[in-house]
Design a protein around this ligand. Structure first.
Ligand code: HEC
Length: 156
């Protein structure tokens, strides 16, 4: 059975012509663990991170700040009752959301009566949204990424 699986994986990789670990993960459904730290590895595509950073710099940095650092007083509502843009790095709670929820937040924004996050649907392509999400995840520490995966992503 195991042998069959290995053969099957080998064929799948050969057919797809792709040997990167994210392809293997897609096939096995298992995240990769770093043998030294014991934490789940990201294995992001560096080019995708770069594209995501460009999307962020062009569209998001004005509100969410350099390196996703947000507004210093992001926990305090403004006079209109809405909250200022929060950090997207490890220090706030962007990492309390699965990829699907992050994507929905970015595409749909927050309803204007509740918050001031704009909707990006129709302004950014889905690929650009996926890229910026990867860039956001690249800001998180290894420990936060591991916790995010175990507590939010894998349960979504
Ligand atoms: C006009 C300012 C503004 C811009 C531009 C903006 N955001 Fe936001 N964003 C906000 C605000 C304000 C919130 C908090 C929303 C709320 O309180 O409902 C938010 C929330 C978020 C959240 C949820 C964070 C959490 O902790 O739940 C994500 C993710 C996010 N923004 C990503 C982005 C990305 C990616 C872009 C660029 C494509 C972007 N934002 C552009 C103002 C902005």
């Amino acid at each position: 059975m195991i042998k069959q699986l290995i053969v099957w994986l080998g064929i799948a990789v050969a057919v797809s012509g792709c040997t990167d670990s994210s392809a293997l993960r897609a096939l096995t459904g298992k995240p990769q663990i770093n043998s030294r730290t014991g934490l789940i590895e990201r294995n992001f595509d560096k080019e995708q991170i770069k594209r995501g950073e460009a999307v962020y710099t062009a569209n998001c940095v004005g509100c969410h700040g350099v390196a996703g650092a947000g507004t210093p007083d992001w926990r305090k509502p403004n006079a209109d009752g809405k909250y200022p843009p929060p950090p997207l790095d490890s220090t706030a709670h962007a990492w309390h959301h699965s990829t699907a929820v992050l994507k929905k937040t970015i595409l749909k924004g927050t309803p204007p009566e509740i918050g001031s996050m704009p909707a990006w649907e129709g302004k950014l392509t889905e690929q650009q949204v996926d890229d910026v999400i990867v860039w956001i995840k690249s800001l998180w520490s290894d420990e936060i990424y591991d916790t995010w995966y175990k507590n939010f992503e894998s349960k979504s």
